[in-house]
Design a protein around this ligand. Structure first.
Ligand SMILES: Nc1nc2c(ncn2[C@@H]2O[C@H](COP(=O)(O)OP(=O)(O)OP(=O)(O)O)[C@@H](O)[C@H]2O)c(=O)[nH]1
Ligand SMILES: [Mg+2]
Length: 370
């Protein structure tokens, strides 16, 4: 009997000791995460992949635009980060008296940081150096002012920022660009702004490659009150655009905004597919009046290389530069216009329906220098 009591006591002591050690270990783990660690307060059962894959882009909530602040969204606000990278420096430089090697070096760095690009930066600064040497420009202030004029002149030269629209026709605007740049989102925003202008808009879900693309466009359609024509997943995107044009014409819609895939099995396929979509969209009563290349400002100079692949193949008429809100590389606008000769027609400055604004060279340059 005594032996039994001893065994029971030993088991009890062992259990208490085990419990204490586990408690200490738990406490240590919690401390090592630290009280401010977000993981510390979350249950261990949270799914790991809680955020969607980037290409399965969700449509943001209806109040996303409201969150961007009261009043209309203006270009100046949308390019806060680019302004942050350049404007302070340009202002400080203006107040310096003379121009030396360090000034040129800093100016070059600032322009490259804003992603104006090597070729454009070199051309701009070479021109200014020559004008300083010849005595046409005197002092730092004159150099900065000349840079401003030069930038504005080159943007205005390539400016064709109005969107083409043929009265009485079933206009088709095609949106092209690699995956994830913001084509579908831009279509949603564009539908809203065109409908606000009194146009009757229909959306064509020409991205049949990615399963969720049609649903994403449907959600935008519901949100802005536009009809969406969809095809079968994996079906022929040209057939979707053809159906959309027929439907638009029958219903008296004057503008079809056609989404396209950003990715197919190979790049060649994608370009060939886009050419076919364009040909089909041109069949009467359809009239392709804009082919908008959507570029993501955060990808900087890589965007230019992407652009070149689309240019000739589908006859791009202009650029929509998205995600300007998320980057200090807004100088890419200058490179797009100077190196590709394409006008930047609109810029995306957020994920909400109102975050698409017409590009104005004067406003853009003003925001950088003032
Ligand atoms: N911050 C910000 N995000 C944007 C902007 N435009 C688009 N986005 C976001 O970028 C992501 C991709 O946008 P999508 O419209 O799905 O891009 P897509 O080109 O249609 O992509 P694919 O269909 O995969 O080819 C989404 O999360 C959008 O909300 C913008 O101007 N600013
Ligand atoms: Mg898309």
């Amino acid at each position: 009997m005594l032996a039994l009591w001893i065994v029971l006591a030993v088991v009890l002591v062992a259990l208490v000791a085990l419990g204490l050690r586990t408690g200490v270990r738990r406490g240590r783990r919690a401390r090592s995460r630290g009280p401010s660690s977000p993981g510390a307060s979350r249950p261990a059962t949270l799914p790991i992949a809680s955020s969607p894959a980037p290409t399965e882009a969700p449509v943001p909530p209806a109040d996303a635009a409201a969150a961007s602040g009261p009043g209309p969204v203006v270009l100046r606000d949308g390019m806060d980060r680019t302004r942050g990278a350049l404007s302070g420096y340009l202002r400080a430089m203006r107040s310096r008296g003379s121009v030396d090697d360090r000034t040129w070096q800093e100016l070059e760095e600032a322009l490259l940081r804003a992603d104006v690009g090597v070729a454009t930066t070199t051309a701009l600064l070479d021109g200014l150096r020559a004008r300083l040497r010849s005595g046409e420009l005197r002092g730092a202030q004159a150099v900065v002012d000349a840079l401003r004029e030069e930038l504005e002149r080159s943007l205005v030269a390539a400016d064709g920022s109005e969107l083409h629209f043929a009265q009485g026709a079933t206009n088709v605007w095609l949106f092209v660009g690699v995956n994830g740049v913001g084509k579908t989102t831009t279509i949603g925003k564009m539908a809203r702004s065109q409908m606000a202008m009194g146009r009757s808009v229909l959306l064509a879900a020409g991205d049949t490659f990615r399963a969720a693309a049609g649903e994403q466009l449907d959600t935008w359609g519901e949100r802005v009150g536009a009809e969406v024509v969809r095809g079968r997943p994996g079906g022929d995107p040209s057939a979707v655009v053809f159906d959309a044009v027929q439907r638009a014409s029958a219903r008296g819609n004057d503008l079809v905004l056609a989404d396209t895939a950003g990715r197919l099995h190979t790049k060649v396929n994608l370009i060939e597919e886009l050419k076919k979509i364009r040909r089909v969209a041109e069949r009467p009563p359809g009239k392709v009046t804009e082919v908008l290349l959507v570029l993501d400002a955060t990808t900087g100079q890589n965007g230019l290389n992407q652009a070149r692949q689309f240019l000739d193949a589908v006859g791009v008429t202009g650029v929509v530069l998205t995600k300007l809100d998320g980057t200090a590389k807004g100088g890419i606008v200058v490179a797009i216009e100077r190196e590709l000769g394409l006008p930047v027609k609109l810029v995306g400055v957020g994920e909400g329906p109102e975050d698409l604004i017409p590009f104005s060279p004067a406003e853009f340059v003003g925001a950088l220098f003032d």
